[in-house]
Design a protein. Structure first.
Length: 164
């Protein structure tokens, strides 16, 4: 009888312990599932934020690169046109001065490439020019006390600031 009571008590204890264990295991599974869900949500949120930040950074970089490239392209085209017009204006001023018998020598300072263009546009009148090579983008022409400049460097700086 005692053995039977012990067996029944052990069986009842086993059922209770098994039920308690199953309940604890189920609670642990639910807690883990909730933690996994929260982790995945936060991971998705973090990844979404990181991707968004990277896309914004790439967009800003691409915008900057495109703006710089366009500025260089437009700057080159506009600079060439402005350079041509400036040299034509200088050539006109020099032609007038060379026609004046009192203006004997004309001093031109600036880059050789721009001087060559000016010299070519003046033709035979270029014989009255004295050239002094100087760094920069501008040609400066001194006829007696009158000074004429192309002011390309100043224009280029303003354009760079506007396009930046």
């Amino acid at each position: 009888l005692i053995a039977e009571a012990v067996a029944q008590a052990e069986a009842a204890l086993q059922v209770r312990l098994s039920a308690a264990h199953d309940a604890a295991l189920e609670a642990e599974r639910q807690a883990n599932a909730e933690e996994a869900r929260i982790f995945l949500e936060s991971l998705g949120d973090d990844v979404g934020k990181a991707v968004s930040l990277r896309i914004d950074a790439m967009e800003a970089r691409v915008t900057g690169l495109v703006a710089a490239t366009v500025a260089r392209i437009i700057g080159g085209i506009v600079s060439d046109d402005l350079q041509k017009r400036s040299i034509e204006a200088l050539a006109g001023a020099i032609r007038e001065a060379v026609g004046d018998a009192e203006a004997v020598r004309i001093v031109v300072r600036g880059p050789l490439s721009m001087f060559e263009t000016l010299k070519a546009s003046l033709g035979p009148r270029a014989a009255n020019l004295d050239f002094v090579e100087a760094p920069g983008f501008d040609l400066t022409v001194a006829i007696d006390e009158a000074v004429f400049e192309t002011r390309m460097a100043e224009w280029s700086t303003v354009l760079s600031e506007v396009l930046a």
